[in-house]
Ligand binder design. Structure first.
Ligand code: BGC
Length: 770
């Protein structure tokens, strides 16, 4: 057992084939099991060191051996960057890569070989307790951001663990629930972010999820861990379990689950040895996983040289830059923001101003190297210019023993109202108490605590100039309280430098530029999972299918509080000159989309340009529009730039379950350039030739489907030629009947017993001719 994360022999590489040959079966089984909470098993006899992994992912959570034993919240100080909810709102792949590099450097300094993240699960329901650590409700955006993050970390010789594979979209019963998802929905919504990261950033490891998918635990899902992940996507790294996610260990090894984490205290090893002895698990499967563990350790060694450090100040500055880009200006009536540095009194109200909520709770919770609060930052920013007063207004976590959680404290409200009455402008910090959202459970509603809404109403009764700054890790209900305020800055959980970032944004030292990576619905009841969340009897049916997030709201034409992709700036942007250039080449199709973006306001700003594709000609149902590209552009006042985004074949394709692959069906596609999913500025229609889609014929396919099939139709017409009993009229009436049953009818020219063979022949011929 390693005592800490000291690695002896760091820098020496492992001779993997030789070690594999020298290991005993018992040692191999031990290597497939964690040594403790965070280490792989060392085999001292052969000089195989242990390597250490740690959570994040928005900061490093390295525990001491004592803290690890009880999994306490204590960990070594590390830079707390904005969690995924914030980073995703930046839509800035360059920034995510830089944050990744910084995290990689902190790992090197702490001798951590694998950072456990990022999480690219979809935000299926606004209530998921871990939404703060997931990027988006859109797979394209989550995949692009996840890939940038992984590339950044791994560029420092540190591995990542892409998680939680797959369909871990809720905390309720997460260790047991079966996500019931049709294959097309899995392929188009729940898997593509993983696929993109695997294909473009090659994460060293991947972490399987706790849940089942269509009744099979991810930890023993051969289809998921081997057929799709390795054979289709070409993943060449190691798969580890989520912590204690292993069910039947030997089935996991056979399915492609290489490493069990944390230590199973011998149980997993014994099961592996027993299964090999019984002949139900092959030693070849064990060797394959052992090879991956050895390759991982080998890959990790070069970065483990001792004595490395990181620049805490530089990382804090990066955390601040990230926080600035993460915040989203939702509304700004009459240009209330930015606030001038001099002028009348500013009342800062709300406990979150001095007691910031800056990250979520659970395994990703880190101990920051330092922590800023917005109140101090605002006082500094206004010093010598405007007087700042402060009232807490509410207690963040009302004590359940002394007060109902939604009971406004009358004296705190009175104090806040008095300050508001005297002020020219009120900056009101509202948000979700930490206990509302955490790994391990889902939220019970989407609302702010009622006591905070009551405070807002009381303050709004005496002052109309209210800016609300929100602190929350997931979408909240803003309707109808937002009608009583003039500006809303969505401050998410912004990491350790969120305080000064917020002050910079409120005073205009920085220009807000984040955009929503998830829809803010008007009301919880309108979200797509109603009736299908959190499931019942251990099953959660993904009944909304493809219509997650904005796909649902846009397809149903529902009003929302703020749409996906929305975010204001202190400047404005105009879009013009849309041009498309299609290289129409089947699955190598690419379409270059370009436009000019002009900063039409009076100050510099950053715009996030989004490309949505709509497929009106499709023969199958498709969501109204889907994000398929984006770019960010920073422009000085009055400046213009051409933005160019290349869409690939996948941007126009859908998953054809009958063919088990993506197809690009020819026809017209609308390419839409928007400032949000509901603010489409430019559109163009392009035509792509696509492919002729021919599904395999089944014996029980209706006669009409057979007749319309390019090969099967000819064969049937040939057989029917000259038949007086089965003339055109009768055949038309029989079109809906399965061929295998029509073939039983007297006088039908094909016998029932020949239909299966005919189907096989036709399908083979179609494949060769296609
Ligand atoms: C979480 C993972 C985390 C692991 C280790 C699990 O409960 O789901 O995200 O990496 O614990 O702390």
């Amino acid at each position: 057992m390693p005592k800490d994360n000291e690695v002896t022999g760091a820098g020496d590489r492992l001779d993997v084939p030789r070690l594999l040959a020298e290991l005993t079966l018992a040692e191999k089984a031990a290597l497939l099991d964690g040594a403790d909470r965070w280490h792989t098993e060392p085999i001292e006899r052969l000089g195989i060191p242990a390597i250490m992994m740690a959570d994040g992912p928005h900061g490093l959570r390295k525990q001491s051996p004592e803290a690890a034993r009880i999994d306490s919240r204590d960990s070594f100080p590390a830079t707390c960057f904005p969690p995924a909810i914030g980073l995703a709102s930046t839509w800035d792949v360059g920034l995510l890569a830089r944050v990744g590099v910084a995290l990689g450097d902190e790992c090197r300094a702490e001798q951590i070989s694998i950072l456990l993240g990022p999480g690219v699960n979809m935000k299926r329901t606004p209530l998921c307790g871990r939404n703060f650590e997931y990027f988006s409700e859109d797979p394209f955006l989550a995949g692009a951001l996840g890939a940038a993050f992984v590339t950044g970390v791994q560029s420092r010789g540190i591995g990542t663990s892409l998680k939680h594979f797959a369909a871990n979209n809720q905390e309720t019963q997460r260790r047991y629930v079966s996500a019931e998802i049709d294959e097309r929905t899995l392929r188009e919504i729940y898997l593509p972010a993983f696929e993109r990261v695997v294909a473009t950033a090659r994460p060293w490891t991947l972490m399987c999820s706790y849940n089942r998918i269509n009744s099979v635990y991810s930890a023993e899902n051969h289809w998921l861990l081997t057929d799709v992940l390795r054979e289709e996507w070409g993943f060449d790294g190691l798969v580890m379990s989520d912590w204690d996610a292993v069910n039947i260990r030997e089935d996991g090894v056979a399915a492609g689950l290489d490493l069990e984490m944390p230590s199973s205290h011998g149980v997993g090893q014994r099961r592996i040895l027993d299964a090999v002895a019984a002949g139900t698990l092959s030693e070849a499967d064990v060797d394959r996983s052992v090879t991956r563990v050895l390759e991982l350790v080998d890959r990790a060694l070069p970065a483990l040289a001792p004595g490395q450090t990181f620049g805490a100040d530089a990382h804090h500055a990066l955390a601040r830059e990230a926080a600035i880009e993460s915040a989203v200006l939702l509304k700004n009536d009459g240009g209330l923001l930015p606030l001038a540095r001099s002028g009348g009194l500013v009342a800062v109200i709300g406990e979150f101003a001095r007691n910031p909520r800056y990250q979520g709770a659970g395994s990703s919770q880190v101990v920051p190297t330092r922590l800023e609060d917005a109140l101090t930052a605002l006082r500094e920013a206004f010093a010598g210019g405007r007087e700042v007063t402060f009232a807490p207004g509410f207690v963040i976590e009302a004590d359940p023993d002394t007060a109902a959680p939604d009971t406004a404290d009358a004296s705190l409200v009175r104090e806040a109202v008095e300050l508001a009455r005297a002020a020219e402008v009120v900056v009101l910090f509202l948000g979700l108490p930490p206990s509302y959202e955490s790994e391990g459970y889902d939220r019970v509603h989407m609302d702010l605590p009622a006591q905070q809404v009551r405070l807002l109403e009381a303050v709004a009764a005496v002052n109309r100039n209210i800016v609300v700054v929100l602190s929350n890790g997931a979408a909240v209900t803003l309707h109808p309280w937002q009608d009583s305020v003039r500006a809303v800055l969505e401050g998410w959980v912004l990491g350790q430098a969120g305080g000064s970032a917020t002050a910079d944004l409120l005073l205009g030292a920085a220009n807000p530029s984040g955009k929503l990576a998830e829809t803010m619905p008007l009301a919880y009841e309108q979200n797509p999972t109603i009736g299908n969340f959190p499931g019942e009897n251990g099953l959660v049916r993904y009944g909304e299918g493809l219509l997650i997030g904005y796909r649902w709201y846009d397809t149903h034409g529902l009003d929302v509080a703020y749409p996906f992709g929305h975010g204001l700036s202190y400047t404005t942007f105009a879009y013009s000159d849309l041009a498309t250039r299609a290289h129409d080449a089947g699955d190598r199709t690419s379409v270059e989309v370009s436009c000019t973006v002009t900063n039409t306001g009076a100050r510099a700003g950053r715009e996030i340009v989004q490309v949505y594709v709509s497929d009106p000609d499709s023969s199958v149902f498709r969501p109204a529009q889907e994000l398929k590209g984006f770019a960010t552009v920073s422009l000085e006042a009055g400046a213009s730039a051409e933005v160019s985004i290349t869409l690939d074949a996948r941007a126009f394709s859908y998953w054809r379950t009958a063919l088990s692959r993506w197809v690009l069906e020819g026809g017209a596609f609308e390419v839409r350039i928007g400032a949000s999913s509901r603010d489409i500025r430019l559109t163009a229609t392009i035509r792509l030739a696509g492919e002729a889609i021919v599904d395999p014929l089944r014996p029980d396919a209706p006669l009409g489907v057979w007749l319309d099939h390019p090969v099967g139709g000819d064969r049937l017409r040939e057989a029917l030629r000259g038949s007086t009993e089965y003339d055109d009229h009768r055949v038309r009436r029989l079109r809906q009947n399965p061929l295998v049953r029509v073939a039983r009818m007297p006088g039908f020219p094909i016998a029932e017993r020949d239909v299966t063979g005919l189907a096989a022949e036709v399908n083979a011929q179609t494949e060769t001719s296609g």
